[in-house]
Design a protein around this ligand. Structure first.
Ligand SMILES: Cc1cc2nc3c(=O)[nH]c(=O)nc-3n(C[C@H](O)[C@H](O)[C@H](O)COP(=O)(O)O)c2cc1C
Length: 186
């Protein structure tokens, strides 16, 4: 199997990371891959924000609020687990896509292009042994995020966070068989 195919097929979402830091060079290489994603009308609607410790800490009051709203019985352990989802990953990247309130089709195409860019980033990292997980958990959709990123909410949609780091383990994932998804028509 060639290296590209091997990278595509072996990639899994990684849910637990080692403490090993990810070199800035590997992040830059991955952003370079993201930059080359396909994009109709060349709108390049994506932006990536690598959130350092103080930026992440600004999200924590909202993380704690969300946990307690979801589960009024939340224990300190529940709250700590939610905090670690933000503070724990070696790198945490917020991804935004440009909104087009007056043009829903443009906004949809731009979202699709941003997802291509995001996946280029993930695959580039994976090709270097670095894992990632896309998260669309409640905190990623909280109004605090655009505020902390400094992006106007009416211009940019936060489409999720990418957690990045070296895998502690690589999980299995169920996939549909080829026969269920591919149809050659006459
Ligand atoms: C749009 C999108 C949002 C996701 N959001 C979450 C999430 O909030 N939490 C989570 O644990 N995984 C999330 N994932 C990762 C999926 O759970 C994962 O892709 C799925 O289990 C399939 O595994 P694989 O990526 O290893 O093929 C998300 C994936 C996508 C594509």
């Amino acid at each position: 199997m060639n290296f590209a195919q091997e990278t595509l097929i072996s990639r899994r979402s990684i849910f637990s990371f080692t403490d090993r830091p990810v070199d800035r060079d590997l992040l830059e290489e991955a952003f370079e891959a993201a930059r080359h994603a396909p994009c109709h009308k060349h709108t390049h609607p994506w932006k990536f924000f690598v959130m350092g410790e103080s930026t992440r800490l600004r999200l924590i009051p909202s993380v704690e609020r969300i946990v307690r709203i979801k589960n009024p019985e939340a224990t300190l352990q529940h709250v700590e687990k939610a905090r670690q989802k933000i503070l724990g990953p070696p790198e945490l990247i917020a991804v935004t896509s440009r909104k087009s309130p007056d043009d829903p089709f443009r906004e949809e195409e731009d979202y699709a292009a941003t997802v291509c860019a995001l996946h280029n980033l993930v695959l580039s990292l994976w090709s270097r042994g670095v894992g990632a997980q896309w998260s669309t958990g409640a905190i990623t959709r909280d109004p605090v995020v655009p505020e902390v990123l400094g992006v106007p909410e009416h211009e940019e949609r936060v489409i999720g966070f990418i957690k990045v780091g070296y895998p502690e383990e690589v999980p299995l994932a169920k996939k549909k068989a080829l026969d269920e998804i591919r149809f050659y028509l006459s």
